[in-house]
Design a protein around this ligand. Structure first.
Ligand SMILES: Cc1cc2nc3c(=O)[nH]c(=O)nc-3n(C[C@H](O)[C@H](O)[C@H](O)COP(=O)(O)OP(=O)(O)OC[C@H]3O[C@@H](n4cnc5c(N)ncnc54)[C@H](O)[C@@H]3O)c2cc1C
Length: 492
């Protein structure tokens, strides 16, 4: 949380735009974009750089929503960069097959087709227009994908966002902060603008097209159902489903509202709130870390897809797993979680609690001692470590199929050892406003509501019941760019 607060303070300092507008204002624009995440600003940039008058309404005091917080894993399927990095052929059908497998056929097929056909072109456009830099030289292996597709943005999303924001402003789009869209204006069945509040004042924007780019609804318990409702949340407070609700008020329909992207690797850093430790885990699999349940038994391939690990995790006693590490693995793990905002102060506190309170960061000079602090069966854990080492020596994980490339060395047979809890966490929601193949919002009769478009997480049914690694950034940038192209075409 401290990490998020620090980011927020920085962001407020970054943002000077939006304050020049007077009270109770009426603005005439070509396009009103609601929300300044990846979807909103990609769309705004493209429209403004094609001469359209664009106004972006942002309810928070800082821009970016989830797009400012996100981990920066970006799937660049089919792009020139993916080819240059050694995957010469990764056709749209392969993406469709992977997303349908990971989304369990719950995907919205209209938007999935749009994504598959356009994401290579849009990734090329993002890269050649905004020149992001990436941390990794190599594309990352992910179990969800048949080809390697993921790269991490340098400085994660918050490292890249200011670059795009400044390009958007240079292109002439106006960003109004602290300006909450509350109601769509409808005349003769057409959306012609939006009414917003800034403090006690009203801002009315009349526009030829309105784009909902308001993100998800993870921070709004009233819109969540189980198992999302009781999962630990680690997303922004801005994700309250305003776009979904404004759209419904003008006749739109929603789909897949029960789904969200749950990961099996959160720690409960505050009651009800998670911190992701996925970067620590990634490093642990390259060392000698392995997962066990409360009984001290290994139950899953640690390199399986997030979804598969989660499915196994939920069946375990207490509905959680534990990551067991020797000291060299722990050191790498710590390096990873520090990139996700965990501080030395946090670590000191959690290690001092030594399993007596959440989050469980238990440790001990011996495996038995660490297991006792974590509340895990020590005898079984000892046998599990011995079995893990046997599998490493054999060069094959006959028990769970962890890839050989991630069984590089045996776990040390001498302490100290560290054991960290793994709980389900979520931030991103999959529930969508339903759109057509031009991202026009549809009414109950499946006819477009004229003048109203949507992009980004507000139309996340593209992923099905679960999104794949790096595909949210891919979808938000792709649908953002496409929305601009469709709105501009419809204005001709
Ligand atoms: C911590 C974290 C890590 C993540 N890591 C990754 C990753 O590595 N890779 C990946 O692909 N995805 C990741 N995701 C998911 C991804 O970041 C989001 O799906 C994506 O950024 C959503 O973009 P968006 O533009 O649709 O919405 P957002 O970025 O959420 O933007 C929506 C904006 O709309 C504004 N808004 C909402 N309602 C109103 C209103 N009524 N009036 C005015 N403004 C409004 C919000 O304040 C917000 O700024 C992560 C998410 C989180 C939270």
């Amino acid at each position: 949380m401290q990490y998020l607060l620090k980011k927020t303070v920085l962001l407020v300092a970054l943002c000077s735009v939006g304050s020049a507008y007077a009270a109770n204002q009426t603005i005439n624009a070509d396009i009103a974009v609601i929300g300044s995440g990846w979807a909103g600003i990609m769309s705004a940039y493209d429209s403004a750089s094609h001469g359209k008058k664009v106004v972006i309404l942002e309810k928070m005091a800082f821009p970016g929503g989830a797009s400012m917080l996100c981990g920066g894993q970006y799937a660049i399927q089919g792009s020139d960069l993916q080819k240059a990095k050694g995957v010469p052929y990764d056709p749209p059908q392969s993406l469709v097959q992977d997303l349908i497998a990971n989304g369990h056929l719950k995907n919205d097929l209209t938007t999935l087709k749009l994504l598959a056909e356009n994401s290579p072109r849009v990734a090329n456009w993002v890269i050649s227009t905004f020149h992001p830099t990436f941390i990794d030289q190599k594309l990352q292996y992910r179990a969800e994908f048949r080809f390697d597709r993921s790269l991490y943005l340098k400085g994660y999303c918050s490292g890249f966002y200011p670059k795009v924001q400044s390009a958007v402003e240079k292109a002439g789009a106006k960003l109004l902060l602290n300006t909450r869209a509350e109601e769509l204006i409808v005349k003769n069945g057409r959306v012609t603008g939006v009414k917003a509040k800034r403090g006690g004042d009203t801002v009315t924007v009349h526009a030829k097209a309105v784009l909902l780019a308001t993100g998800g609804y993870g921070a709004n318990k009233a819109m969540l159902v189980e198992p999302l409702k009781s999962a630990l949340y680690y997303g922004p407070q801005s994700s309250t489903g305003d776009g979904h609700r404004m759209a419904v008020k003008v006749g739109a329909q929603l789909e897949n509202m029960e789904y969200g992207k749950r990961y099996p690797n959160g720690i409960e850093s505050a009651p009800g709130t998670a911190t992701s430790i996925i970067q620590g885990n990634y490093r642990a699999w390259k060392e000698a870390g392995f997962l066990v349940n409360k009984d001290g038994k290994r139950v899953v391939n640690e390199k399986a897809s997030n979804h598969n690990i989660l499915t196994v995790l939920e069946k375990q006693p207490g509905g959680l797993l534990y990551l067991v590490m020797d000291e060299p693995t722990w050191n790498k793990f710590v390096e990873g979680i520090k990139t996700q905002g965990v501080t030395d102060e946090n670590l000191k506190k959690w290690l001092a609690a030594n399993g007596s309170s959440a989050p469980i960061f238990a440790h001990g000079a011996t495996l038995e001692e660490a297991a006792a602090h974590a509340g895990i069966n020590a005898a079984n854990l000892k046998a599990t470590l011995a079995r893990y080492n046997e599998l490493v020596r054999a060069g094959k994980d006959e028990d769970f199929g962890r890839p050989k490339a991630f069984m590089l060395r045996e776990a040390k047979t001498e302490g100290p050892y560290y054991i960290v809890e793994q709980k389900p966490r979520f931030a991103t929601t999959m529930g969508s406003v339903i759109v057509d193949d031009h991202l026009r919002v549809l009414n109950k009769a499946k006819k477009p509501i004229r003048g109203l478009y949507a992009a980004g997480e507000v139309i996340n049914a593209v992923h099905g019941d679960d999104s794949s690694p790096g595909m949210n950034i891919s979808w938000c940038t792709t649908s953002g760019k496409l929305s601009s192209e469709f709105m501009r075409a419809d204005m001709k």
